[in-house]
Design a protein. Structure first.
Length: 306
């Protein structure tokens, strides 16, 4: 679903930059600098060294520190989409990364098959119904076809949302999203943008915490301080799980926008509205081919007066 990732046109970019860019970058730099200022790695970290190092900083050094955080956040901000794609598992779908990606996808396929078999159990007993409902709910958060499974939970959650408009209406949501987004009412676009902010923030914080854990393991001498690195890594795992929940919410809102405003897309392209679901799928498949591949749309236009 990385194609439905550019920030919205109506979004508060200043707030977005401060939340998704500055805070994770500041967390990483502050952690590394605090560990170095406390005496690591040559000495056991101490509060006295840290306080002394902070008190010795002159105003100009604080300004340089602030500028460093800002520049780092600016440089890393354009990489947000690549970060989400990496966490979705795209680098593991081909090339050298497939060595790790193939067994992960195979594991997800076995999981998908177990859930599918459980939710389709024939003649279930009353006590089996809660487990069947839970399996159906979990399966709904995965792509409908096992051939579309990704190596990671985040990738499968976003791909399930990405595939739903195609499965239901024949509309390629990734190809159509820029045009559809431009037609959304401001209130709907704001909801989508807020959900996207939450997804980006949790993804970047998960990556930042993992980086903090790895760097802390290298910088801090082996001691009880090693538990700090472990804590950062555990927090990264928990934040990643939060990112999956944020991705589910984001996908629901994107699909709600498609459900409610997909015919606005046909109207904007001056295409006739379909008479039935079969014609709708044909119409949206043709429009998707046009937006994705540049293929011409055949048939007459239908111009409506405002």
């Amino acid at each position: 679903m990385s194609g439905i990732m550019p920030p919205g046109l109506l979004q508060d970019h200043g707030r977005r930059f401060s939340i998704t860019g500055t805070l994770p970058t500041l967390a990483v730099l502050f952690t590394v600098l605090a560990e170095l200022a406390s005496g690591a790695p040559s000495h056991m970290p101490s509060r006295e060294r840290l306080v002394g190092s902070l008190e010795s900083l002159v105003p100009g050094e604080w300004v340089l520190l602030f500028l460093g955080v800002t520049v780092a956040a600016l440089v890393l901000q354009p990489l947000q989409r690549q970060l989400v794609r990496w966490m979705e598992g795209y680098p593991m779908m081909r090339g050298p990364g497939a060595v790790l990606g193939r067994p992960l996808v195979a594991r997800w396929r076995r999981h998908w098959a177990r859930l599918d078999a459980l939710q389709q159990r024939v003649d279930p007993r009353p006590e089996d119904l809660p487990a069947m409902a839970a399996a159906a709910a979990r399966l709904a958060r995965l792509p409908r076809s096992p051939d579309r499974l990704m190596p990671t939970g985040l990738g499968n959650t976003l791909r399930a949302a990405e595939d739903r408009p195609t499965d239901t209406y024949g509309l390629d949501a990734v190809a159509a999203w820029p045009e559809l987004y431009a037609l959304l009412p401001e209130s709907t676009a704001t909801l989508v943008d807020d959900a996207r902010d939450q997804l980006d923030t949790t993804c970047r914080m998960a990556a930042a915490l993992a980086l903090m854990g790895g760097l802390s393991a290298v910088i801090l001498p082996p001691s009880r301080w090693t538990l700090l690195a472990v804590a950062f890594l555990l927090a990264s795992v928990l934040t990643y799980r939060s990112a999956i929940g944020a991705a589910e919410g984001y996908g629901r809102l994107v699909n709600a926008a498609v459900n409610l405003h997909r015919f606005d897309l046909l109207t904007a392209f001056r295409l006739p509205l379909p008479a039935d679901p079969a014609e709708e799928r044909d119409r949206f498949r043709a429009l998707s081919n046009h937006l994705r591949q540049g293929l011409p749309i055949t048939g007459p236009y239908e111009h409506r007066s405002p």
